[in-house]
Design a binder for this molecule. Structure first.
Ligand code: 13P
Length: 248
């Protein structure tokens, strides 16, 4: 039985002092040991958010990471900087990073490999545009993203990975994918992992749905056989996140 993983992606929201206030507000609301709870926060919020989350079930994760160890990469965050303060999860390849910051399947793959090298669990994002969905190429496109993201990743590493299926047209739009659409793609992702590795790997890996997840839609989405939780944007910044974590 896979443990559900419900993660917030704060994106570029919350100053350090606001982050502390939000963690303190949400701490009692997300106290559900049955699921893994992760708040992926802006780099500057990681340390204060961790301090605020101490003693709770909240894991603080990062929203991005660079694939080099250190050096002349102005503005980037290294894996060792994250592990040094106890970060265990990092979101990689979010569609916003692909769109605005030139991330490619290849850079995502490099980051995935580097995260595993440092013992950080990657939350690997994939997802199609509305145009791709309308053209009927969603599954082909997602399979390609997954195959490249997992190049040279071992089966043991893949077992511990998290994949977030986030249709781009559903992000921040209030337009959540139907349960059937979300389940169909998450099942296809698991089938792709089965092909790349084996069934043991496919049945161990956790696959989230993301895109306008709300307190209203969470229960039905997370009840699907191939949906192991969610990656939540807007609703992770408010008390609603407590309802999402306690979706049952
Ligand atoms: P929303 O939940 O705001 O649609 O964002 C989803 C997302 O991009 C999470 O990574």
């Amino acid at each position: 039985m896979r443990k559900k993983i419900i993660a917030g992606n704060w994106k570029m929201n919350m100053t350090p002092s606001q982050a502390v206030a939000l963690v303190n507000e949400l701490k009692p609301l997300v106290a559900n040991e049955e699921v893994d709870v992760v708040f992926c926060v802006p780099a500057i919020d990681i340390i204060p958010a961790m301090e605020a989350a101490k003693g709770s079930n909240i894991n603080i994760g990062a929203e991005n990471m660079y694939f080099e160890e250190s050096g002349a990469y102005t503005g980037e965050i290294s894996p060792a900087m994250l592990t040094d303060v106890g970060v265990k999860y990092v979101v990689l390849g979010h569609s916003e990073r692909r769109e605005y910051f030139a991330e490619t399947d290849q850079t995502v793959n490099k980051k995935v490999l580097k995260a595993f090298e440092h013992g950080i669990t990657p939350i690997i994002c994939c997802g199609e545009t509305l145009e791709q969905r309308e053209q009927g190429v969603t599954i082909d496109f997602i399979r390609q993203q997954i195959k490249i993201a997992f190049l040279n990743v071992t089966a043991d590493q893949a077992k511990s990975a998290v994949i977030a299926y986030e249709p781009i047209w559903a992000i921040g739009t209030g337009k959540v994918a139907t349960t059937a659409q979300a389940q169909e793609v998450c099942a296809a992702i698991r089938a792709c992992i089965n092909e790349l590795y084996d069934e043991a790997t496919g049945s161990a890996i956790r696959i989230q749905y993301g895109g306008s997840v709300s307190a209203d839609s969470a229960a039905e989405l997370f009840a699907q056989p191939d949906i192991d939780g969610g990656l939540v944007g807007g609703a992770s910044l408010k008390a609603d996140f407590g309802k999402i974590v306690n979706y049952k």
